[in-house]
Ligand binder design. Structure first.
Ligand SMILES: [Zn+2]
Length: 720
C-alpha cells in the first residue's frame, strides 16, 4: 500500500515526499478509520483525502462549503488526470441532471458537494445506486458544525443524517484549519465520528511573518505598502463594507487597480471581483470577511488587516490565506482603538444570547491583547490554540524583530494638552490642530488663538502626524472627547501630571520596511507563459503550476523531460501537457546564458541563482571550489549549501574558468571527451548544448559537455 501511495503522489501530484502527517492521515482513511485532522491552511490538506479517493475502489464525496473552492479543486484534479466533478447551486437543472447521470455511471472518483445539496433526493438516490458504493465522506471546513466556532452553518448539522441514509456507512474524515478544544468536541459529536484517529499537525505557518502596527496613519501606510509591493498579490481586509469601498476608491485615486468584495454587492459583481483576483487580473483585493473562505489561491504574498477582526480564530484564518504555497509572505494588522469599538458594536447588535455575547467579548479581549502584547506574536496565537510548546522567540514577527522604534513624544503631548488648556477647553479637534500648527485661518485669528503661547509650536509637523498623536492621547485617556455632535476636547486626571512634567509618553513608530526582491527575468517569463496557458485553458494560473514550482524551475533549469518531471509539483499529467512548452523557454534561457558564458567570461551573478539571494562578498564559486578541494563530492556540497547539484557544478566550472587550480578531469566523463569534441567542431553544430547532448548516449551529462568546452576554451586561449 505504501508503495502505491508514493506512486500516486509522484505520478499525479509530482512530489517525492509527504509533508508532516500526510501519509499517516492517508493510511488512516484507507484503513477505514474515521479520521479528524486539524491542519493549518497550506499544509497540504486536500492531498490527504484526494489520494485515498484515488486509491480506493469506490467514490469519495467531499462536502465543502464554498462554490469557488470546489471549482478550483475540480479544475485541478481534472488537470492532473483525476475524474472529478461538483454539485452545487451554480449548476443549471440540466447540468445537475447530467452530473447525476455521470454519478450513476460511476464516472467520477471524487465528487464535491455543497452541504445543502446532500439532502436533494436525486443526489442520495444516485449515491446509493453507485455500483461501487461511496467509500469515504470527507467533511472539509468541519468547524462549520460548531455553534461556538466563527463560521457556523446550519446545513453542516445535517451531514450526519445524510451519512445515515447511505447504503453502507462510509469512512468519515473531517478536516479543519482552526479549532479550539470546544470546537473539536463539537466536530466529533455532531458528525457522529466513531472512535476517530485524530491528527493535529503543527498550527504554525513558519513562512508567514506576523506584524502588528499600532498608531500608524493607516491610509498612508496602505498606499506606501501597495506601491512597494506592486508586483505582489495581496488581500486587504476591512471591518465594514463602507470602509472597503472607501479604501478601494482611495487606491484607485492613487493609481492602483483593485477589486472590492463584500456581502452588500450583487452576486454578479462579487463573482467578477473574485474571478479578477483569482485569475491575476488585479493584484489587490479589498474585502470584508465575506471574502476568502474557500479561496485556494496559493500565491497571495500579503494579507493586510486594515481593522482588527473580532477574534483570533478569524484573524488566523484570514491571515492564513497568505503564502499557501509555502513561500515567505507577510500578515500585517493595523490597529487603532476605534477597531475595538466597532467589534463591540457588532457583538451588541448581533442576535446572540447573553451567554454567547459574553463568550464573544472574551474572544474580542484576546484579539485586542494580541495587538498590544510584547510576547512573540506567533507564540501568542499558537498558545491561544492550545499549543504551549511553541518557542518563545520565532524571529519572524514584529515583536521578535523589534521592528517598531519607541519615540519619546512627551514634549509634543504637552504642547497639545497645554493648547487645549490655554484655549479654555472649549474647542474641538480641528481648531486645536490648526492652532498648534500656526494656521492663519479666520477662525483662529477671530478667536485670538494666535496669541496663545502654544500657537505655531508644532508648525513643522504634518496634520496626519498630529492626528496620530491625538488619537493615542484620546485612546489612552489623556484627553477626553465629549459626546456631542461637535465634540470638544478636555483635559483629564491623567493629563494634569503630564503638564507638570511628571511622566513621559512614548509612541511606537514603525521602522522603514524593506523592499521585496523583484522577479528575475526568467521567473517573469515563466509566469507570463503560465498566464497565457491559463487564459487559453480557462484555469486560474496556479492550477497550471504554483509559484513555488516555477521558482524551482528557475533554480534547477531542467532541460530534458526527465529533469522536468523531477521538479516538485509537476507530476505525470502536467509533464505531458505542459512539459515541452516550458522546456522551450528554459532551454532558450539556458542556451543564451551558455553562449554568453562561452564567449564572454564575466563576473555575472551566480549561475542558477534565480531567486534573489543576497550576494556574498566573496564569490560563491570560490567557496564551492574550497569545499571541493577539501574532498567533498558535488552532492555533498549541494546538500551542505542547500542548493541543487547543478548550481555546484556550474560554480566549479566557473572556478576552473577563473583560474582556480581545479582538476576538471574529475568533473567530466573522460571516455566521451573525444566524441564531444567531434560534435563541437562539426559544421552542423548550432551552438546549443542540447544539440550535442542529443547526439550522445543518454548517460553523458551536461556537466561533462560543459567541462570539455571549458577545457578546450582554456587550451585555445593559452595558444601563443
Ligand atoms: Zn515572534
Amino acid at each position: 500500500m505504501i508503495q502505491k501511495i508514493y506512486k500516486v503522489l509522484k505520478e499525479y501530484f509530482g512530489y517525492d515526499e509527504f509533508r508532516e502527517y500526510q501519509k499517516e492521515i492517508i493510511l488512516s482513511i484507507l484503513n477505514k478509520h474515521d479520521t479528524m485532522t486539524i491542519m493549518p491552511t497550506g499544509a497540504g490538506k486536500s492531498l490527504c483525502f484526494q489520494i485515498p479517493g484515488l486509491l480506493s475502489e469506490g467514490t469519495t464525496i467531499v462536502i465543502s462549503p464554498l462554490i469557488s473552492l470546489m471549482k478550483d479543486q475540480v479544475d485541478y484534479l481534472e488537470n492532473i488526470g483525476v475524474p472529478a466533478t461538483y454539485i452545487n447551486s451554480s449548476l443549471t437543472a440540466a447540468q445537475f441532471r447530467e452530473r447525476l447521470h455521470g454519478i450513476y455511471e460511476n464516472q467520477y472518483k471524487i465528487i464535491y458537494v455543497a452541504p445543502e445539496r446532500l439532502e436533494t433526493e436525486g443526489f442520495i438516490d444516485a449515491v446509493n445506486a453507485l455500483k461501487q458504493p461511496c467509500m469515504q465522506v470527507v467533511v472539509d471546513e468541519a468547524h462549520c458544525v460548531s455553534r461556538w466556532g466563527h463560521d457556523f452553518r446550519p446545513s453542516y448539522t445535517r451531514i450526519a443524517g445524510f451519512i445515515r441514509q447511505l447504503r453502507i456507512r462510509p469512512t468519515v474524515a473531517a478536516f479543519t484549519a482552526t479549532a479550539t478544544e470546544t470546537v473539536k468536541e463539537d466536530i466529533k459529536q455532531v458528525l457522529e465520528l466513531e472512535n476517530p484517529n485524530c491528527f493535529m499537525t503543527g498550527f504554525d505557518r513558519p513562512n508567514l511573518e506576523f506584524k502588528v502596527l499600532v498608531h500608524v496613519d493607516k491610509d498612508q501606510f496602505v498606499k506606501g505598502f501597495i506601491k512597494e509591493h506592486a508586483d505582489d498579490t495581496g488581500i486587504i481586509y476591512t471591518a465594514t463594507r463602507k470602509e472597503a469601498e472607501r479604501l478601494q476608491n482611495m487606491l484607485t485615486k492613487s493609481g492602483t487597480r483593485s477589486a472590492v468584495y463584500h456581502a452588500g454587492l450583487p452576486d454578479v459583481q462579487r463573482n467578477q471581483a473574485q474571478e479578477d483576483f483569482i485569475y491575476d487580473n488585479v493584484h489587490v483585493m479589498v474585502a470584508t470577511n465575506a471574502f476568502g473562505m474557500g479561496i485556494d489561491k496559493s500565491n497571495v504574498r500579503y494579507v493586510l488587516h486594515y481593522n482588527m477582526p473580532k477574534d483570533i480564530e478569524s484573524y488566523y484564518q484570514e491571515a492564513g490565506r497568505a503564502g499557501r504555497d509555502g513561500l515567505p509572505s507577510v500578515c500585517i494588522l493595523l490597529y487603532s482603538a476605534g477597531d475595538t469599538a466597532v467589534q463591540k458594536y457588532f457583538i451588541d447588535e448581533g442576535n446572540l444570547s447573553a451567554q454567547q455575547k459574553a463568550h464573544e467579548y472574551r474572544k474580542l479581549q484576546s484579539m485586542e491583547s494580541y495587538c498590544h502584547t510584547s510576547v512573540c506574536l506567533r507564540k501568542y496565537m499558537l498558545s491561544y490554540f492550545g499549543d504551549d510548546l511553541a518557542p518563545d522567540h520565532c524571529g519572524n514577527c514584529s515583536v521578535c524583530n523589534n521592528e517598531t522604534e519607541s519615540k519619546d513624544v512627551t514634549l509634543e503631548s504637552q504642547i497639545i494638552l497645554s493648547c487645549i488648556n490655554r484655549s479654555g477647553q472649549r474647542f474641538g479637534r480641528g481648531i486645536i490642530v490648526d492652532t498648534i500648527r500656526g494656521s492663519k485661518n479666520k477662525k483662529i485669528l477671530g478667536f485670538g488663538l494666535n496669541k496663545l503661547k502654544t500657537y505655531g509650536l508644532m508648525e513643522k509637523y504634518s496634520k496626519s502626524e498630529i492626528d496620530l498623536l491625538m488619537n493615542k492621547l484620546i485612546a489612552e485617556g489623556y484627553i477626553h472627547k465629549t459626546e456631542e455632535q461637535y465634540p470638544i476636547l478636555k483635559l483629564t486626571e491623567r493629563s494634569v501630571p503630564l503638564l507638570k512634567n511628571q511622566g513621559t509618553v512614548t509612541m511606537q513608530i514603525p521602522k522603514k520596511s524593506q523592499k521585496a526582491a523583484a522577479d528575475t527575468p526568467l521567473l517573469a517569463e515563466l509566469k507570463q507563459l503560465r498566464k497565457e496557458i491559463a487564459l487559453r485553458e480557462g484555469y486560474p494560473p496556479y492550477v497550471i503550476f504554483h509559484d513555488s514550482t516555477l521558482m524551482e524551475m528557475c533554480r534547477v533549469i531542467p532541460l530534458t523531460m526527465e529533469e522536468f518531471s523531477g521538479i516538485k509539483g509537476v507530476g505525470e499529467n502536467r509533464k505531458n501537457k505542459y512539459g515541452e512548452t516550458f522546456l522551450e523557454v528554459l532551454r532558450r534561457y539556458e542556451s543564451n546564458r551558455e553562449n554568453e558564458q562561452v564567449s564572454v567570461p564575466s563576473e555575472s551573478s551566480r549561475p542558477g541563482s534565480a531567486i534573489g539571494n543576497k550576494s556574498d562578498k566573496e564569490p560563491v564559486y570560490k567557496k564551492y571550489f574550497q569545499l571541493f578541494q577539501e574532498g567533498k563530492t558535488i552532492e555533498e556540497i549541494a546538500e551542505l549549501e542547500e542548493v541543487q547539484n547543478r548550481t555546484v557544478e556550474n560554480n566549479l566550472l566557473k572556478a576552473y574558468r577563473e583560474g582556480c587550480e581545479i582538476d576538471v578531469n574529475q568533473l567530466v566523463q573522460k571516455s566521451y571527451e573525444l566524441d564531444i569534441i567531434k560534435c563541437l567542431v562539426a559544421d552542423s553544430w548550432d551552438g546549443k548544448l542540447r544539440t550535442i547532448k542529443e547526439q550522445l548516449p543518454e548517460e553523458v551529462s551536461y556537466l561533462t559537455i560543459r567541462g570539455v568546452i571549458e577545457k578546450l576554451r582554456k587550451k585555445v586561449l593559452s595558444l601563443p
